[in-house]
Write a protein that binds this ligand. Structure first.
Ligand code: AGP
Length: 609
């Protein structure tokens, strides 16, 4: 999953491209590069590492002024290590064609082998490099013609931006699988993987669909299908404003986003709770349709999958609708059994996760409706779904998802209550008790954020741990999964979440006095069961750090350390219990000197399968 940009106009292409790449760096930061073109030919600058490395390289090796067309790339490595040689743009030997790519050319090895047999010399390990060599092979005077010929041979997913020394007056964009947007300006036009790169440049955009080719000149854009036939594309006017996203004085975006959670939850409650009722009146799914839904499949990846696991509890508890939760990449290829009155819920912060998009298309091919729970209403997932619940968490920059996770939980909770009312499975008394508790959540989250002293202390104490285990049961086993994922993602400590009841069936062998065991044991139906599991671990010298309900004195007898959180209704505890785990992961990562907002090997939006 990479970020690609393109520009043609009267401004210096390099400056426009670099601003665009800066806004897309959340999509990958293994290397960055640009290629610009004018009458004098192609100029390429690329470097391994973050964009700031390329910026420094450009200062030392400036690009000729007034080059008005170019392409750029920020990389998340799929094929070939994050080196300068493997950085994009890639060219043919004669440097007549330059290409940037987001996606995976699945048959690149076969193409590469036959090109090498024909005498073409490769300089990188990437899948992408086959494309400029093939352009050189098939070019017969028309750049569009060569592009159409090349894509006939490509398998996999690709969003491409292409320039050629033969045609300094055009930039070509191609989409198949990976998202790509065209921006229309006055005397200039743009290519971008995602909307943030077009902020402040234009409000007029076109979403490319699979098989679309766009030919950009300064003053016009031509759309073709993959066999070169002219096609019309619907121009869209962007409504979303550019929110200059700074850290508001926090050291990292992640810490800022953790502290935004009370306000985010308050906003969702004010949007969907009216006069004691949960309402989703703008949802493009009728109450009649929802009343007939007899099965729900939730599919998602990573943190969104964990939100789905909690969502299952909310939906089954309040609606009695059988609900399954699937990891998108597995759902897509397991040929799921789907009947007519099944609803698919796709959860995604970015709305661009390729695995989840593939799952949606699988479901659509079986003619079932898709409800997206998403933080980006302009995203592919939102646009390809029948209905969208906008979780309104605001832009989330930190790669480790925090506020979006809690926003997903609260949105799924209120949707479950809404569906429970439609299905008459939720009595009014229960609804009002629940809603009373839900309204207190922002304050309780604020209270949980208030005292971070113990968390900072524990972070110092355990920042050199080699292995950390998270245990929980029932509503909170997904919280244990999510706590472990946060710690893994940003501190690189091997950490795993387990259902505490399952732990004794093998993983308990991992326990010794060096392994901190974080136990989520807030008051609820399974409290005593959780205490027994803690004692099983304690009996093997495990170090117990408990997340417990305030004023619970009993838990002190069974724990080495206790982190207290405000009390709430058992089924709502996952919304609060994750907060101290987000903070613990954050402070451990900081004390290990990790790059919290842009952890190694990760990207915010995973646009390849
Ligand atoms: C979470 O912190 C990670 N960034 C990752 O697991 C993420 O949740 C996953 O890639 C799914 O992303 P999505 O919600 O944008 O679809």
């Amino acid at each position: 999953m990479c970020g690609i940009v393109g520009y043609i106009g009267n401004k210096s292409a390099d400056s426009v491209l670099l601003v665009g790449l800066e806004r897309l760096e959340y999509r990958g930061y293994d290397s960055a590069g640009i290629a610009v073109i004018d009458q004098r030919g192609l100029e390429i600058r690329k470097q391994a590492g973050k964009l700031k490395v390329l910026n420094k390289h450009l200062k030392e090796n400036p690009i000729a002024a007034n080059t008005n067309a170019g392409i750029g790339h920020t990389r998340w490595a799929t094929h070939g290590e994050p080196t300068t040689k493997n950085a994009h743009p890639h060219t043919d030997e004669a440097k007549k064609f330059a290409v940037v790519h987001n996606g995976i050319i699945e048959n690149y090895q076969a193409l590469k082998d036959s090109l090498i047999k024909e005498g073409y010399k490769f300089s990188s390990q990437t899948d992408t490099e086959v494309i400029p060599h093939m352009l050189a092979k098939y070019y017969k005077g028309s750049l569009e013609g060569a592009v159409q010929e090349v894509i006939k041979h490509l398998e996999g997913s690709y969003a491409l931006a292409i320039i050629s020394e033969h045609h300094p007056d055009k930039v070509i964009a191609v989409r198949f699988g990976s998202p790509l947007i065209i921006g229309k300006g006055k005397g200039e036009n743009f290519i971008a993987s995602d909307i943030p790169a077009l902020f402040n440049l234009t409000k007029s955009i076109y979403y490319l669909d699979d098989g679309d080719i766009a030919v950009l000149a300064k003053d016009k854009i031509k759309f073709l299908n993959c066999s070169g036939k002219k096609i019309e594309k619907k121009e869209k006017h962007l409504k979303i404003k550019d929110k200059k996203i700074d850290k508001s004085g926090f050291k990292h975006y992640m810490l800022k986003e953790i502290n935004e959670q009370p306000a985010v939850v308050k906003k969702i409650i004010s949007k969907h709770l009216k006069n004691g009722h949960a309402i989703f009146d703008k949802l493009n799914l009728t109450k009649d349709y929802l009343a007939k839904v007899s099965r729900i499949i939730i599919q998602a990846a990573g943190t969104s999958w964990h939100a789905g696991l909690v969502g299952k509890f909310f939906i089954e508890e309040f609606t009695r609708v059988h609900t399954e939760v699937d990891i998108s990449s597995e759902f897509r290829y397991r040929n799921p059994v789907i009947e007519g009155d099944t609803l698919l819920i796709a959860i995604s912060q970015s709305g661009e996760t390729a695995d989840t998009i593939a799952g949606i298309r699988e479901a659509k091919s079986k003619f079932i409706k898709v409800l997206a729970v998403c933080n980006n209403v302009e995203s592919t997932i939102a646009r390809e779904s029948d209905a969208v619940i906008d979780i309104s968490a605001g832009p989330e920059i930190g790669v480790a998802s925090t506020k979006a996770y809690v926003a997903q939980l609260v949105s799924l909770l209120l949707f479950a209550i809404y569906l429970g009312k439609i299905k008459w499975t939720l009595e009014d008394k229960k609804v009002s008790a629940l809603i009373n508790e839900i309204k207190k959540l922002p304050e309780k989250i604020k209270k949980t954020l208030a005292d971070q002293k113990l968390l900072k202390k524990l972070a110092k104490e355990y920042s050199e741990a080699k292995n950390v285990i998270f245990l929980a049961r029932s509503y909170n086993y997904p919280t244990a999964f999510e706590g472990a994922l946060k710690l893994k993602e940003i501190s690189y400590i091997h950490s795993t979440g387990y259902q505490a009841g399952e732990f004794k069936h093998g993983p308990i062998a991992l326990v010794d006095k060096h392994v901190p065991i974080i136990c989520i044991v807030t008051k609820g139906d399974i409290y005593l069961k959780m205490i027994s599991n803690i004692q099983e671990v304690k009996a093997r010298k495990g170090v117990i750090i408990s997340i417990a309900t305030e004023k619970d004195e009993e838990i002190k007898k069974h724990s080495d350390r206790v982190i207290y959180v405000p009390e709430t209704t058992d089924i709502l505890t996952p919304i609060i219990n994750i907060i101290p785990l987000q903070l613990l992961a954050y402070y451990i990562a900081v004390s290990r000197g990790c790059d919290v907002d842009q952890p190694r090997n990760l990207a915010k939006s995973v646009t390849v399968e």
